[in-house]
Design a protein around this ligand. Structure first.
Ligand code: BES
Ligand code: ZN
Length: 615
């Protein structure tokens, strides 16, 4: 059958031929987390034609991959796949007529999935694959029953590709070093709206999604549900279930200002629109920077914009991460460290230095905790992940140590120089995937060379290739927190304290600053003075519940169970299960597990399997 999508691939292919070569990264970095052979035969465009079947919990249809030949002898296109059912593979040299071709699936690895080897010819331009996703083990997908949504009436589906999960819903070369343009048609049941990480259309049933910038595969994303849109600015808005959309639009009304702040610093926002999709509470992350459409947890809807640094963070990825991408998962700090640094600059611009300082101190405390909790090999920014799940490298270390490195560069060179440098860096590497070495080489020639005396003060190799923090590392401080520290001392001696004007960040610092072990009387006093068990801010609630678990504060048990059975955000639930005694943890987890995304399930499964019952 001749398909419009196929014709489209042809047009895109012709387009990308006229694009300057720099749009593709010249050398493809070796990626231990992909079976793909992009150095021989590389996928350049992905054209999807899919149907979402809620009854069967499957996505089925076809993908047409455009293939660029880099080695004339190549007889196979090697792709990544995970738990996919492959029905048929075909090849074409004109995008019109297809002939069936042989394929072979290699043995499946627990982390990487299985290679899918498709026989191709020297003139093959397109490979078409008919396939469907596994109803029970598609690791990127979460299928939600109506009860797990805000409206309770319609089912919901969303994907989470980062780091190496896209291969569980699309067979492709699932490496961040392989950038593709893509387009998609997605059929959904009547009344359910599909949105993707591309410009979205308002039509409910027939949108053709087109991403014409080359992106890494982990940024291809889809969500389907009862979704409504509300604009918050000329190029910003929110998608959410009908009962959530107005609240979300209020919370995120500063988004346009954030884009303007980032553009002033780092150059134009190149993705057209920037919308947010508010997911049901089981979403495993705070946010995911899917291009044009950040996916976000509803747990940041605090009512007072106190948690919107999450939007600053995901928006910052429009430069660091989506425009200039880590070439392998060992270079993840290039995505996240740069992004946290930019996030804080945006926060400072919109909400002031005071707020930025508080968030930097909270981040620094997280970093200290992570450095204590992780072995030295995982404290290295350019982490070695051979034979490991990239998820294991996703601690606060690439985020906060990476950001601190740039903060030191800022201190030694001054803001003006670093800002100009970063702007040039994003321009130079726009739409490319780069390694740590490429990033540092560029920094040496384009920034360090300008002021060798300043550069000599920065132990770059120690920052990037050694564990812990260099002695020169900046130590964030906050005046506001110094005042909170005095209130902590007062509270511990039983004196009244003044909390009326505290921000969420001050509350967090207060709670974290209390001793780890508190008496039953102290826990009770905290709760009755500040109604912490009833807290509606999820950051404060999660911190309090952790203290409740650690100190066996029974009056919070109901709230704890309610929280764990509705919220699947891994950052919150993981520490709570880790702090509970194994029996209590297993009892709650048994009820909660079905509502978690596979990402959170797999983390908690492994954690609880690794622990022995205490009695
Ligand atoms: N890209 C990450 C989320 C991610 C990382 C997904 C690794 C899968 C693997 C996203 O930008 C992120 O960092 N989210 C944070 C929020 C942020 C404010 C630090 C999160 O989800 O907690
Ligand atoms: Zn991030």
């Amino acid at each position: 059958m001749f398909r419009i999508a196929t014709l489209f691939s042809l047009i895109i292919l012709m387009n990308s031929c006229t694009r300057p070569k720099a749009a593709h990264n010249e050398a493809v970095a070796h990626d231990v987390h992909s079976y793909g052979n992009p150095a021989e035969a590389r996928v350049t465009h992905v054209s999807l034609d899919l149907r979402v079947v809620f009854e069967q919990r499957t996505i089925e249809g076809s993908v047409v991959l455009s293939v660029e030949h880099l080695s004339p002898k190549t007889k196979q296109l090697i792709l990544d796949s995970r738990s996919l059912q492959i029905d048929e593979t075909e090849i074409s040299n004109d995008g019109k007529t297809y002939a069936e071709t042989h394929f072979e699936a290699g043995p499946a690895d627990r982390i990487l999935g299985a290679p899918l080897k498709v026989d191709i010819k020297p003139d093959t331009q397109f490979v078409r694959i008919r396939y469907s996703t596994s109803p029970s083990s598609a690791a990127a997908l979460q299928w939600l029953d109506p009860e797990q949504t805000a409206g309770k009436e319609h089912p919901f589906l969303y994907t989470q590709g980062e780091a190496i999960l896209t291969r569980s819903w699309i067979p492709l070369q699932d490496s961040p070093a392989v950038r593709v343009t893509w387009d998609a048609r997605v059929k959904t049941p009547a009344g359910l709206k599909a949105v993707m990480s591309a410009p979205n259309c308002m039509d409910t049933n027939d949108c053709h999604f087109v991403m014409d910038h080359p992106v890494p595969s982990y940024l291809i994303a889809l969500a389907v549900g009862d979704l409504k849109f509300q604009a918050t600015g000329p190029r910003t808005g929110v998608w959410a279930e009908p009962s959530v959309v107005a609240k979300a639009a209020n919370e995120f009304s500063d988004t346009e200002k954030m884009i303007e702040a980032a553009e002033k610093l780092y150059g134009p926002y190149r993705w057209g629109r920037y919308d947010l999709l508010i997911l049901p509470p089981s979403f495993p992350f705070g946010g995911m920077e899917n291009p044009c459409l950040t996916f976000a947890t509803p747990t940041v809807l605090a009512g007072d914009k106190s948690l919107v640094s999450l939007v600053a963070h995901e928006l910052a990825h429009s430069w660091s991460g989506n425009l200039v991408t880590n070439a392998t998962w060992s270079d993840f700090w290039l995505n996240e460290g740069f992004t946290v640094y930019i996030e804080r600059r945006i926060v400072e611009e919109l909400y002031g230095r005071n707020r930025e300082e508080m968030e930097a101190v909270l981040g620094y405390q997280d970093l200290q905790d992570e450095l204590k909790a992780n072995p030295v090999r995982d404290q290295i920014l350019n982490i070695n992940l051979d034979g490991r799940d990239p998820d294991e490298g996703m601690t606060q270390i690439p985020y906060e140590k990476g950001a601190l490195f740039l903060t030191e560069v800022e201190e030694k060179f001054g803001r003006a120089k670093l800002d100009a440098y970063l702007k040039g860096y994003f321009d130079h590497f726009a739409f490319q995937s780069i390694t740590t070495k490429q990033s540092l080489d560029y920094m040496r020639t384009h920034l360090f060379a300008q002021d060798p005396a300043a550069a000599a003060k920065i132990p770059v190799n120690e920052w990037v290739y050694q564990p812990g923090l260099p002695a020169t590392a900046p130590k964030p401080a906050s005046q506001a927190f110094a005042a909170v520290d005095r209130e902590i001392d007062a509270w511990l001696t039983g004196k009244p304290i003044e909390t009326a004007n505290w921000s969420t960040q001050e509350w967090l610092h207060f709670l974290r600053g209390l001793p780890e072990h508190l008496s039953a009387a102290q826990m009770k006093r905290l709760d009755s003075q500040f109604q912490l068990t009833q807290a509606t801010n999820n950051e404060i609630l999660a911190q309090w519940l952790l203290m409740a678990v650690r100190n066996h504060y029974a009056p919070a048990n109901l709230r704890l169970e309610e929280f764990l059975t509705t919220v699947g955000r891994r950052k919150y639930v993981k520490p709570l299960y880790a702090a509970m005694d194994p029996k209590q943890a297993r009892a709650i987890y048994e009820k909660a597990r079905p509502m978690y995304h596979p990402v959170t399930q797999s983390t908690i499964d492994q954690m609880l399997a690794g622990r022995k019952e205490s009695k």
